[in-house]
Design a protein around this ligand. Structure first.
Ligand code: GRG
Length: 304
């Protein structure tokens, strides 16, 4: 889909508006006052409120709107997904895992504070995500359905399982492309799918709408990961806000190491097209539909 300059500006403006609403709600939810020790709330807020792209919670809001309800109903679920995502980044950056010192353009949590603070901040964000879902999503049976979706996505068979396999594969010999895709489906795709699923549930999606949003999410997830891998090869630290050229030197399993840069780019194009095609039943001139397509196509021009 080709957007005019004016439409592109409208899309950027709309995505900024959603990002602003998400940031304000994350701030509000983590203003614990004296109920939570400052030594914990500070590192939690430091990482959570840092300038992430917020594309997972944005997907939740857009899925809710596409499915028929206004986005404010999905804000708690959007914040919950960002809390889980931030916890995974804090823990992934620890010395025992990726040992990174830069994230979102600022020092990682354990460098800014210390390791124990970072571990606890991650733990607390993980639990708090479920508290937010169960307390703030209405009606209660909808909250229950969301509380069933999120732990599956970030649990042993998805996010954490994908991470475990990513760390252990060297012991089991040369991996296949299928295995690489399976790791990325679990580490990256599962959280994207969970965000879309919760948005669809809260928005009251029909069975078919739900399935189409899932199909979109599976393809978006892979496209996102391929372009993320490519950024490590061709991106720069200043724009991405994180260290680059680490994957190759650390022998990481990525799409460019497997397929080369050109073939990886081709794959990303394919996935973006399939993702956008999955949205056909939602096609309209609405800013919600156009923003979802626009942000998907933008993956191919990612700089961060
Ligand atoms: C430690 C439980 C645990 C899990 C680790 C998600 C994960 C698994 C590790 C994070 C590192 C990584 C390379 C994950 C793949 C997903 C990914 C590309 C995350 C970065 O997401 P962005 O680009 O980050 O959306 P921002 O900062 O914009 O939110």
């Amino acid at each position: 889909m080709i957007f005019s300059d004016r439409e592109q500006q409208e899309i950027l403006g709309y995505l900024d508006l959603l990002r602003g609403e998400i940031n304000a709600k994350l701030d509000e939810y983590t203003n614990f006052g004296s109920r939570c020790p400052k030594s914990l709330s500070e590192p939690m807020r430091y990482s959570l409120l840092s300038p992430g792209k917020r594309f997972r919670p944005i997907l939740t809001l857009l899925a809710c709107e596409l499915s028929g309800r206004t986005r404010h109903h999905a804000l708690p679920a959007a914040c919950a997904i960002e809390m889980i995502h931030t916890y995974s980044l804090i823990h992934d950056d620890l010395p025992a895992l990726d040992n990174d010192d830069l994230r979102r353009g600022q020092l990682t949590c354990h460098i800014k504070y210390d390791e124990s603070s970072a571990i606890l901040a991650g733990d607390a964000l993980q639990c708090y995500a479920f508290e937010v879902l169960s307390k703030h999503v209405f009606p209660k049976d909808t909250a229950g359905r969301c509380v069933a979706v999120l732990p599956e996505a970030c649990g042993p068979c998805e996010l954490v399982g994908g991470q475990a396999d990513d760390m252990a594969w060297k012991e089991s010999g040369p991996p296949s492309l299928e295995f690489l895709e399976s790791i990325h489906h679990r580490k990256t795709g599962s959280m994207i799918l969970a965000g879309l699923r919760m948005g669809a549930i809260i928005g009251g999606a029909s069975h078919l709408q739900y399935e189409k949003l899932e199909e979109y999410g599976r393809n978006y997830g892979l496209a996102f990961q391929i372009t993320d891998d490519l950024l490590d090869w061709v991106g720069d630290e200043e724009t991405t806000g994180k260290r680059v050229r680490k994957d190759k030197s650390q022998g990481k399993l990525t799409f460019p190491t497997f397929l080369g840069v050109e073939e990886s780019r081709n794959r990303a194009h394919e996935k973006v097209k399939t993702a956008c095609d999955a949205l056909d039943m939602f096609k309209s001139d609405s800013i919600v539909y156009k923003s979802l397509v626009g942000m998907t196509q933008h993956l191919l021009d990612r700089r961060k």
